[in-house]
Design a protein around this ligand. Structure first.
Ligand code: ADP
Ligand code: MG
Length: 397
């Protein structure tokens, strides 16, 4: 990775404008998980220890028409102050960078306080459009810009990309970790390089499959996604989730895999049921034995064994998408056993995707995976091979 990070900079006597991800879960004004706030502490502490001041900005939720007290970052400022053991000034301005904030920032710079949090960037409609003066106004508060919000790196907004027209941008420690872990996989992977793909829909993952076909040695497909591929091969999938309008595309992808001379493995057997619920009344069917009134819920044992054999020799594994409806106890086995095979392989392993990351944590494999990418949409776009604007805008070393 050739982007500058905060470790390439000196913050002595400077004010850093830092874009963080404080899009925390809230219920009636109370923060229900402070994980994202805790995750931002190393970058903030680094800048403070280096003699700088920190002005933080973030979005929270999706306020529809500008300022909305329901989406105020005030509770975050309070929580941050507690976690940092340091006074955090909150610039409570509905315009984010309006007259009120200008005054508060001016006082802050002259004071002994070292940390300030601006109001929700999405209170300004220009934020998501990356237009107007908002980026310029934000940039005016800092001497340097630090981007530590990986979750929005796939969006070109005022507060992560727009500001870079006015300030030099460098990566914070969280972003640095995400980018270096992901680029390690794609720039120079140790082989065999195996991709495990699953989840609900092929249509969500077309770009990911296309890109990975060009990068990996083997692709293992599970989840509901597999039924569209199997159906495209002529198998009857009964009532399973099949995307009828994606059958041609599925054939095209299988052809691309063939031309790239990679292994493209689909399930050999499927756990089926007649109703979509967590029931012990299931059958295990070979792929040519699925009944008309059945739907697939998980991969079967034979498939697990076949996939595990591939994973055993893998040196690099990238995983996106659960193997079955892991939220149901009776259909979590495929996902659990594949997670186990990845952990046992000793391969350098990355899990990306909102539900996949949740599955790995819920099933207790967090410590046995090399890196769980927190990006959601940003991670998926990275896997699609798309350059993320929030990273592209940062200075080169
Ligand atoms: P991610 O968020 O990691 O990218 P997806 O959103 O693509 O993953 O897929 C996750 C969802 O796929 C889970 O909610 C899971 O229940 C669902 N899923 C997996 N296998 C099946 C299946 N056989 N039938 C229906 N849904 C499935
Ligand atoms: Mg999902």
């Amino acid at each position: 990775m050739n982007k500058k990070t905060i470790r390439d900079m000196s913050f002595q006597g400077k004010t850093a404008l830092v874009r963080v991800d404080y899009n925390v879960p809230m219920e009636e004004g109370v923060i229900t998980s402070d994980k994202r706030i805790t995750a931002s502490l190393p970058t903030i502490q680094y800048i403070l220890d280096d003699g700088g001041k920190v002005i933080l900005c973030s979005h929270l939720g999706r306020p529809k028409d500008g300022a909305d007290p329901q989406f105020s970052l005030k509770p975050v400022a309070e929580k941050l102050s507690e976690l940092l053991s340091e006074n955090v000034v909150f610039a409570d301005d509905d315009e984010v960078t309006g007259k009120k904030a200008n005054e508060i920032v001016k006082q802050f710079k002259a004071s002994k306080d070292r940390v300030l949090l601006l109001q929700n960037t999405r209170f300004r409609p220009e934020e998501t459009k990356n237009a107007g003066d908002f980026a310029k106004q934000l940039a005016a508060y800092g001497d340097v810009f630090v981007n530590d919000a990986f979750g929005t790196a796939h969006r070109a907004h005022s507060s992560n990309v727009g500001v870079c027209a006015y300030l030099e941008g460098v990566l914070g420690l969280l972003m640095e970790k995400e980018v270096s872990m992901l680029s390690k996989v794609f720039d120079n992977p140790q082989r065999p390089f195996v991709a495990v793909l699953g989840g609900a829909k092929v249509s969500d993952k077309i770009g990911v499959v296309k890109n990975l076909i060009q990068k990996v040695d083997t692709i293992l497909i599970g989840g509901a996604m597999a039924y569209t591929f199997l159906s495209a091969q002529g198998y009857n999938m009964g009532k399973s989730l099949v995307e009828e309008d994606k059958l041609d595309l599925a054939r095209e992808l299988m052809q691309e895999a063939k031309e790239a001379k990679i292994k493209f493995l689909l399930p050999l057997d499927i756990k089926t049921t007649k109703v979509f619920e967590d029931t012990s009344e299931f059958a295990v069917r070979k792929i040519d034995e699925v009944q008309d009134d059945e739907m697939g819920m998980d991969i079967g044992e034979e498939t697990v064994a076949r996939f595990a054999a591939e994973l055993k020799n893998a040196k690099t594994v990238i995983w996106n998408g659960p193997m079955g409806v892991f939220e149901f106890e009776h259909f979590a086995q495929g996902t659990i056993q594949v997670a186990n095979a990845i952990a046992e392989s000793g391969a350098y392993s990355i899990v990306g995707g909102g539900d996949s990351a949740a599955a790995v944590k819920k099933l207790g494999f967090e410590s046995r995976i090399s890196h769980i990418s927190t990006g959601g949409g940003a991670t998926l776009e990275y896997l699609e091979g798309i350059e993320l604007p929030g990273i592209a805008a940062m200075s080169e070393k």
